[in-house]
Design a binder for this molecule. Structure first.
Ligand code: ZN
Ligand code: ZN
Ligand code: ZN
Length: 385
């Protein structure tokens, strides 16, 4: 199967200025906010704030809040002790007014003052409930909604710098998978292997390990099984799904399935179908197709191969500043694919009590079609005993 890969070296050098890229995002967010019938977005620390302003604020109980109106200046309400950190971030170079508040002040009074007469506002999906509820109280005449449908759609379309970031994250996690076979030996536990993998994820350039799944034998039948003290046995498959966050905030996520010795004809037969399904899913990505259709194309190969009933989850999820974000590649998602979307294609089969398998790549939809940021081979990686 020819794999259409996106190499870090294929990408043009990043000449675009980070600040101007952020300015473009803010401008797009204003347009989308107005189009959604909203007067302002209220964004607390998390991936949405980092996306819009480059500010990777610590999520604390004290209120930090970006007020992004459809017109007029942006305001960042921030605790006085966080002001220096905020101004040291790209916020300092963007056209953002910082309104700081001191320990004994009520920051929600500032929300009332800054948001003023807005009738309809939206808060980011990750906002702590306690903050969202206090904002509702601070704006008694406003209709407060969730901003996910506005910001999710913007963040789903990656710009050139983001695609480069995802390619770097893909190369980093590929370098880990290239070393996993050497860690798998009968007699080691999943947890021992997982600890080694975590170290490799950090050594590969990630700043955070987001998850390490080592699903040996029957544990592979649980898609989000993480680690246990189960000992790896000869002649069984091991599902390894790993990911981390890079210094710029972008995430990696890749699954390969390994075979410790001979896993048998039945398993290899199912795996051949899975290989074809994953390749079909990657190739299915094109501008104008619905996310649901990519799921159907991937799933139909599994159904035709007799393993459709064992493919118990959606085909994939978007990825960027979060491991799971828009667009979701699922039967219920009629959203149309556009250039710049980045998402996983990760079919699997799971036979409860017996075994599982999954193959997962991150795919970017480019002008030249779908390109994987992951390069390691998709075939079952057989570890000779
Ligand atoms: Zn997941
Ligand atoms: Zn995934
Ligand atoms: Zn994964």
């Amino acid at each position: 199967v020819g794999v259409n890969v996106l190499n870090v070296t294929d990408l043009a050098p990043d000449t675009s200025d980070h600040i101007s890229a952020l300015q473009v995002r803010v401008d797009r967010a204003r347009v989308a906010t107005a189009a959604a019938g909203l007067d302002a977005l209220l964004v607390s620390p998390g991936p949405d704030l980092r996306y819009l302003t480059g500010y990777d604020a610590i999520p604390l109980e004290r209120l930090t809040l970006l007020v992004l109106p459809v017109a007029g200046p942006l305001t960042l309400i921030a605790p006085h002790l966080e002001q220096a950190a905020a101004l040291a971030s790209p916020v300092g170079a963007l056209d953002v007014r910082v309104r700081d508040w001191h320990e004994t002040q009520d920051p929600y009074a500032l929300v009332t003052e800054v948001v003023g007469s807005a009738r309809t506002v939206a808060v980011d999906d990750h906002m702590w409930a306690v903050k969202a509820l206090r904002i509702v109280d601070a704006l008694p005449h406003a209709n407060v909604r969730a901003a996910g449908s506005v910001l999710g759609r913007l963040r789903a379309i990656k710009d050139a710098a983001e695609i480069e970031s995802l390619a770097r994250a893909g190369a980093a996690i590929d370098s880990v998978h290239a070393q996993v076979a050497g860690l798998l030996r009968p007699g080691r536990t999943e947890r021992e292997v997982g600890r080694d993998i975590s170290e490799l994820i950090l050594a590969a350039g990630h700043v955070r390990v987001d998850f390490v799944i080592v699903g040996s034998g029957p544990n592979g039948a649980s898609p989000h099984h993480e680690l246990s003290d189960r000992v790896l046995l000869p002649n069984e498959p091991v599902v390894v799904d790993i990911g981390g966050t890079m210094p710029d905030g972008y995430c990696s996520d890749s699954t390969r399935t390994y075979a410790l010795g001979d896993v048998g004809d039945e398993y290899r037969g199912y795996y051949a179908t899975l290989l074809a399904s994953q390749a079909a899913g990657v190739a299915a990505g094109q501008v104008g197709i619905a996310c649901a259709d990519v799921d159907a194309i991937t799933r139909n190969v599994m159904i035709a191969g007799g393993v459709g009933e064992y493919f118990i989850h959606r085909t994939g999820h978007g990825i960027g500043l979060e491991t799971h974000e828009d667009p979701y590649i699922v039967e219920s998602n009629a959203a149309i694919m556009e250039v710049g979307m980045a998402y996983s294609v990760e079919p699997g089969f799971y036979l409860s009590g017996r075994f599982g398998a999954r193959i997962e790549d991150i795919v970017v939809l480019t002008d030249d079609g779908p390109k994987s940021v992951n390069h390691t081979p998709h075939e079952l990686v057989v570890v000779d005993l």
